[in-house]
Design a protein around this ligand. Structure first.
Ligand code: NAD
Ligand code: UDP
Ligand code: UDP
Length: 320
């Protein structure tokens, strides 16, 4: 019998890669998505697979299906998307988590939560370990995402303690790669599309803020290891690439890899934008024997090829 896996948010950037990898591992995959930010284009190559099924569904409503494990990824992830309807963002994280935990409880299925480095907010501990409790502005424009994800984590720990669920919590740091939405406003997709069109590269603030970028294949490998590792793993695990770079350095690297004529254009820094971010991945190394392998230049080059194909083919871009 094949393992039956549900991936919520399966038509999104990370979800679509995860679905593809699970199919390679001989799982039967049910992709659940309401297409808020995800697209059919992302999962089109999988639609012919007999073991792949898609369901249009919003996780803020109950879901009754029969599966063996659950990856809960449904939630808009880019600031412009999650700030578009902040109330819905919190509902998706919190009510979505309750419904998926209820599903896991009924089925005695293991459930993994896609949490985020945003639970650390604008961190004053660097790099961030899982013990760090964070520095989130609950009243600011990022609060709906950060606090929604924090509450979802609390629900996971409480379902574990109260109902003996088998849970996994991944705190995912900035991840990039093919299938990111070209208009999601995230820094990698924005810089690459701007560079390919020779348009100005929009740097928010001075560009001295840092992020640590993980290529999607590495991240998905980390998620699957976390789901499958033996034994009980109660606490969260940071997943990310600790190679830290400033946003200005990223802009310059993208320009040089694309061979672009774009210039840098400096704009206002959004409110509460974290100044620095870098994962401490000691726990992932020890417990999952995992660390990111793909260097930034190589991952960016693969992502540039993806966006180049997408932008040069109007038919492809139209499907998004
Ligand atoms: P994404 O926006 O591409 O994917 C999210 C998916 O969830 C989309 O397909 C969207 O349509 C779907 N969705 C949104 N609300 C839904 C709802 N109410 N019901 C059903 N489906 C819904 O984002 P992503 O980058 O693939 O992120 C996936 C998950 O990983 C998210 O939970 C995000 O918070 C988390 N994460 C991502 C990153 C990253 O750098 N990519 C970092 C930290 C955490
Ligand atoms: N739920 C679901 N699918 C299931 C089982 C439960 O979507 O297979 C939802 C259900 O709507 C409920 C939520 O998960 O509101 C939490 O379930 P739980 O059993 O923890 O709570 P209760 O049903 O007692 O409120
Ligand atoms: N950023 C930028 N220009 C852009 C988009 C983003 O300078 O066009 C900056 C943004 O202010 C932040 C960093 O890049 O400091 C990462 O932004 P992103 O939205 O990708 O991720 P997050 O802030 O959620 O980590």
């Amino acid at each position: 019998m094949k393992k039956r896996t549900v991936v919520t948010g399966g038509a999104g950037f990370l979800g679509s890669h995860l679905c593809a990898r699970l199919l390679e591992q001989e799982c039967q995959v049910l992709c659940v998505d309401n297409y808020f930010t995800g697209t059919r284009h992302n999962i089109e190559p999988l639609l012919g697979e007999p073991a792949f099924e898609v369901m249009r569904h919003d996780v803020t409503f109950p879901l009754y299906v029969e599966v063996d494990e659950i990856y809960n990824l449904a939630c808009p992830a880019s600031p412009i998307h999650y700030q578009h309807d902040p109330v819905q963002t919190t509902k998706t994280s919190v009510i979505g988590a309750i419904n998926m935990l209820g599903l896991a409880k009924r089925l005695h299925a293991r459930i993994l939560q896609a949490s985020t480095s945003e639970v650390y907010g604008d961190p004053d501990v660097h790099p961030q370990t899982e013990e760090y409790r964070g520095h989130v502005n609950l009243a600011g424009p990022r609060g709906c995402y950060d606090e929604g994800k924090r509450c979802a984590e609390t629900l996971f720990y409480d379902y574990k303690r109260q109902h003996r669920l088998s849970i996994r919590v991944a705190r995912i740091f900035n991840t990039y790669g093919p299938n990111m939405h070209p208009q999601d406003g995230r820094v990698v997709s924005s810089f690459i599309t701007q560079a390919l069109k020779n348009e100005p590269i929009t740097i928010y603030g001075s560009g001295s803020q840092t992020r640590s970028f993980c290529y999607v294949d590495d991240l998905v490998d980390g998620l699957m290891r976390l789901m499958n590792v033996e034994g009980e793993l109660d606490g969260p695990i940071n997943l990310g690439n600790p190679c830290e770079t400033t946003i200005k350095e990223l802009a310059e690297l993208v320009i040089s890899l694309v061979g672009s004529r774009s210039r840098l254009e400096f704009r206002a820094l959004p409110q509460d934008d974290p100044r620095q971010r870098c994962p401490d991945i000691t726990r992932a190394e020890q417990l999952l024997h995992w660390s990111a392998k793909v260097p930034l230049e190589e991952g960016l080059s693969r992502t540039i090829r993806y966006f180049d194909r997408l932008l040069s083919s109007p038919n492809e871009a139209k499907k998004l």
